[in-house]
Design a protein around this ligand. Structure first.
Ligand SMILES: Nc1nc2c(c(=O)[nH]1)N[C@@H](CNc1ccc(C(=O)N[C@@H](CCC(=O)N[C@@H](CCC(=O)N[C@@H](CCC(=O)O)C(=O)O)C(=O)O)C(=O)O)cc1)CN2
Ligand code: MET
Ligand SMILES: [Zn+2]
Length: 777
């Protein structure tokens, strides 16, 4: 086997949706049937080509494997699952006679079809990216089902690039998978490792044939303690898998990348001992391997993740370089790398000319981070003096940021400093329940939705016209009021009990808040993929946060003026606002969370004054930010739960506080959910068919609870019978006085046709369930 050296500087991955979301456009157009397959393939290839050219222009080498081949149409976990044939039996028909899967098969798994729900989607580590969860059973027939990753390597090769293909590694792939339906209770996907690794061996051979000299296997599963498998078992699996991959012939050199938390010496040594040639460690979230581990590791290259792939600050470049030098002084072969893939940050600060120049000078998006990597690599080759100017410039920017106006706002500081215990708690839950019963008079099994109604193209276009100055504020507001009136009337007609205004005024549930708070800025082109073709523009929280004036109140009161049923006010909670923004890194998150909480507390007070009796404070990201290391979890849950309570505990007894969580497994955090002290909580449950009910029962959960009965992630309309069935399951573990009937999440990504049909069935099913309860009483 040829031995090639690892590049001195590299990144673990690059945004793949395109600088102007070209891939999103192409995907949605293909799905709509508005373009042919060939046109889609061409657009996707265009994004890949532009990425390679850009990375080379920024200074990564064309032929030294420093450019990762990290593209994906929909999801990188799906791409790896397809490569090794991890296709569940319920989708067996997407495989052709040769066991291969094509483009439409890929999208069937990702998006489902009329009969089938798609693969489940869940959080990728502690990020706002969502991957598709492979389903693996005792019978899953692993085989090479798809060769697109090799084809992309060959495509790059033809254009003069030697790229480094990126796959999810075998251990992490299985750790992130779920057991296929019908698998025995004691079955764990990791049990199939020995059957899976030989298929990776074949895939590696294919990649080598296509011209890859290095392959990157992402094994962040090794750093997480939240995947339900103990550390020793994970290390044992790692040892077994990599010994076998190492001994394979005709393969690229192995680079195992880990990210999102500390790898730790033991896992580092396990990888080094099993013969992998390079190991990536996240030095933003974790620490460098110890001197002993480095000494014991032989000639393995350490790809030191010193540039933050998960946040947008320019950071302390001099400190990053010092870390590299220190590792080198210990005898390590070092490369400069990002801590994670850059898929979590936008492309380019230069695409944001509207940003204040001073703020912009503190930032580094993906392209700036590539520049930083190139600088550090040059420093490693030529010595510190060669990059002194760049290091000094970054230091000067950090100093400027520390003293800039708005970073500290003394009024905000005085308010958080004065907080006492009473600011974090409400009247007893029973007292509140009685007051709310009187105030609201809701039926048993009340029906409601989670907040958003379909964000139609028309709404987005009107908002864009308003942003461009093509229509004035009055016209835009008038349009939104019409939209709200329509949505309220629709809910009345459907017979829902608690009405929402539909959130048409919001571009995004976090960005909208950032736009209305001080201390934030927003981007115009700073798109980051959240899942599939869906993107967000995370806001930049750079200063102390406060709320200049009420902003949700006019919409909620307008909706309330149209109906005698209660309208639910709709806010995004402090933890979620932090989780889905780029947050200042110069103070503890808990401190920032309390500032956001106080801004929300002000809004809640104004909603109450305006006569809104139910207020939902969404915290879908509560589970997302849960630290991957158990030792850090208690502290996180303390400050996150406290910030929610700070936001909501100013509410009167009679005001019913709701919260909503989705996209996660909740078993692990039920105590924290209880600690939020919300009166009613809606959670995602339909896709896991009410699995959560068992957990709730185990914890003797005694508050209002709405486990979702309708999966809003696919256009499929759930039948009345199906929803009745789910309600029956729910009622086996939940007291009927506590149960609410609602979808899994907001309806913003859905169309009206399926939304109306589904909600009609939901209301109908609730009616039947109520009748049955009355009969049984
Ligand atoms: N921040 C955040 N994170 C989240 C969620 C969330 O809602 N927000 N939900 C969960 C799942 N993730 C999601 C992420 C994004 C979307 C989503 O729908 N995104 C939209 C964009 C939302 C947005 O910001 N829209 C803007 C800009 C819309 C736009 O693209 N306008 C066009 C013009 C209009 C058009 O032709 O469509 C343009 O600028 O070119 C607006 O409405 O104003 C999309 O990708 O399509 C849904 C779920 C978890 N994480
Ligand atoms: C991702 S959670 C979404 C909650 C929000 N209120 C909505 O309905 O869209
Ligand atoms: Zn949700």
């Amino acid at each position: 086997m040829t031995t090639t050296t690892f590049p001195t500087g590299t990144i673990l991955g690059y945004p793949r949706i395109g600088r102007r979301r070209e891939l999103k456009q192409a995907l949605e157009s293909y799905w709509r049937g508005a373009s042919e397959r060939a046109a889609f393939e061409e657009a996707a290839a265009g994004v890949r080509r532009a990425t390679r050219e850009r990375l080379a222009a920024l200074g990564l080498g064309r032929d030294d494997s420093s450019i990762p081949e990290s593209s994906a149409h929909y999801d990188q976990v799906l791409d790896t699952a397809l490569a090794v044939g991890a296709v569940p039996a319920r989708f067996a028909d997407v495989l052709d006679a040769d066991g291969r899967v094509d483009l439409d098969g890929e999208f069937t798994l990702a998006r489902g079809d009329a009969e089938r729900a798609p693969l489940e989607m869940t959080k990728w580590f502690d990020t706002n990216y969502h991957y598709l969860v492979p389903e693996i059973g005792p019978e899953t027939a692993f085989h090479v089902a798809d060769s697109r990753i090799a084809a992309r390597v060959a495509e790059a090769r033809a254009e003069g690039f030697t790229t480094r293909p990126v796959l999810v590694g075998p251990v992490t792939l299985l750790l992130l998978s779920k057991a296929e339906d019908g698998a025995p209770a004691e079955f764990s996907p990791l049990d199939r490792l020995a059957d899976l690794v030989p298929v990776y061996v074949e895939v590696l051979r294919e990649l080598r044939e296509a011209g890859a000299e290095w392959v990157q296997l992402d094994e962040s599963g090794l750093v997480s303690e939240t995947l339900g498998v103990d550390a020793d078992t994970v290390l044992e699996a790692t040892r077994a898998a990599y010994a076998q991959l190492h001994s394979a012939t005709d393969r690229p050199e192995l680079f195992v990348a880990t990210a999102y938390a500390d790898l730790g010496d033991e896992a580092f040594r396990t990888l080094a001992d099993s013969g992998v040639a390079a190991i990536g460690v996240d030095l933003v979230r974790g620490s460098a391997p110890s001197a002993e581990a480095v000494a014991a590791a032989g000639d393995v290259t350490i790809a030191a993740g010193v540039i933050d792939g998960h946040n947008i600050w320019r950071g302390d470049l001099a400190a990053a370089f010092a870390t590299l030098e220190e590792l080198r002084a210990q005898g390590a072969t070092v490369a400069a790398s990002t801590s994670t893939s850059l898929q979590h940050v936008p492309h380019d600060v230069a695409d944001e000319p509207q940003l204040d120049a001073r703020l912009a000078s503190w930032l580094a998006f993906a392209d700036q981070k590539v520049g930083q990597i190139v600088t550090l690599a040059r420093g490693l080759t030529e010595g510190r003096d060669a990059i002194a100017a760049e290091l000094d410039a970054a230091t000067a920017a950090a100093e400027d940021r520390a003293g800039a106006p708005g970073v500290r706002d003394e009024k905000v500081r005085a308010r958080t400093a004065a907080l006492g215990e009473k600011d974090f708690s409400r009247e007893d839950a029973e007292v509140r329940e009685a007051a709310q019963q009187t105030a609201l008079g809701l039926p048993v099994l009340p029906t409601t939705t989670i907040g958003s109604f379909p964000q139609t193209r028309e709404i987005r276009v009107e908002r864009q016209r308003f942003a461009k100055g093509e229509i004035d504020r009055e016209t835009y507001d008038g349009f939104l009021r019409e939209e709200i009136a329509r949505v309220v009337a629709l809910q009345e007609e459907l017979g829902l009990d608690v009405i929402v205004h539909g959130e048409p005024e919001r571009n995004d549930m976090v960005q909208y808040f950032a736009e209305n708070f001080d201390g934030f800025d927003v981007t115009v082109n700073g798109w980051v993929q959240s899942y599939g073709s869906r993107c967000t523009r995370p806001s930049i929280l750079w200063g102390d946060v406060s709320r200049p004036e009420a902003f949700t109140v006019p919409w909620s009161s307008y909706a309330q003026s149209l109906t005698s049923k209660p309208v639910k006010g709709m806010l995004t909670g402090p933890v979620t606002i932090l989780a889905w923004s780029f947050v200042r890194d110069d103070q503890p998150l808990g401190e920032t969370a309390n500032q956001v909480a106080l801004a929300l507390r002000d809004e809640i007070e104004d909603l109450e004054t305006a006569g809104i009796g139910i207020i939902q404070v969404d915290e879908p990201a509560l589970r997302e930010l849960l630290p991957l290391k158990q030792a850090d979890q208690a502290d996180y849950l303390d400050w996150s739960v406290a910030s929610f309570r700070l936001a909501t505990s100013g509410a009167a007894e009679r005001t019913q506080i709701h919260t909503h969580l989705c996209y996660s497994e909740f078993g692990q955090i039920i105590d924290a959910i209880d600690g939020l002290d919300a009166d009613v909580t809606s959670i995602e449950a339909a896709r896991s068919r009410m699995e959560v009910v068992e957990d709730l029962e185990k914890h003797h959960y005694a508050r209002g609870i709405g486990p979702g009965v309708y999966d809003i992630h696919s256009p499929r309309v759930p039948s009345t019978e199906e929803i009745e069935q789910l309600l029956e399951t729910a009622l086996e573990g939940i007291d009927s006085r506590l149960l609410w009937v609602n979808p899994d999440c907001g309806l913003k990504t859905r169309g009206y046709e399926e939304t109306e049909a589904s909600l009609r069935n939901l209301v109908e099913a609730a009616k039947t369930a109520r009748e049955q309860l009355a009969q049984n009483a």
